[in-house]
Design a protein around this ligand. Sequence first.
Ligand code: ZN
Length: 248
Amino acid sequence: MSENREGAGPFVIVCDHGSNRIPEEYEASGYAAAALETHIAWDPGALGVARHLSVRLDAPLIWPDASRLIIDCNRPQDADSLIVTESEGRPVPANRAMDDAERARRLADIHGPYHAAIDACLARRHDAGLETTLVAIHSFAPVYLGKARPWQVGIVFDDDRRVADVLLDGLRADPALCVGANEPYSPADLVYYTVGRHARPSGLPATMVEIRNDEIRSDSAQQGWANRLAALLAPAAPPTTRFESCMP
Ligand SMILES: [Zn+2]
């Protein structure tokens, strides 16, 4: 799915876990309805923030229209966590009987088209001479495996810190916020797949924002976070210095 495809601002926003939709062909497969309201199915509130941010920054927004219980679009194709059989201790029985053909079908139907849409958007903008900074919006659960998480927001980054540092500095200026740097997740958790895949090869500035989902339960709260992020991101837009990766 996408919105504001022709947005000409300097950002592209992706929301890997924005949807908890179970596509029709999987409805009978036993994905428990209750699980669909929790973070194991999606990132609650993240798409709302991403939508408001897309408007504020005139940025194209792209997300897959399927729950990550079907396939996690923010995982490498060969990752064990691409299609989970359990999440946070809860079994996902509908994924237990996964064979290679079904795995290939989900890759072809959901994972592939999502990443192709991002590729197409970035290629179109490159051809149009538009600079792009890639921003991924996620949310995380306030308590995970019984442990409370103190951060209201976390910025996830690899060795390209251009955008991450702008956000970290700006957010840390608010004494009311506990800001995570590569917390509660970091690229070592494989959560940087989408950003790394699309930004790294062409050296696009990029970062990933994780907002604790109790911060973004209502539309107005989502708008508030979008406004806060937009105010920090907008001045960080290109011209940016070209990133010379120190990775091979
Ligand atoms: Zn997520």
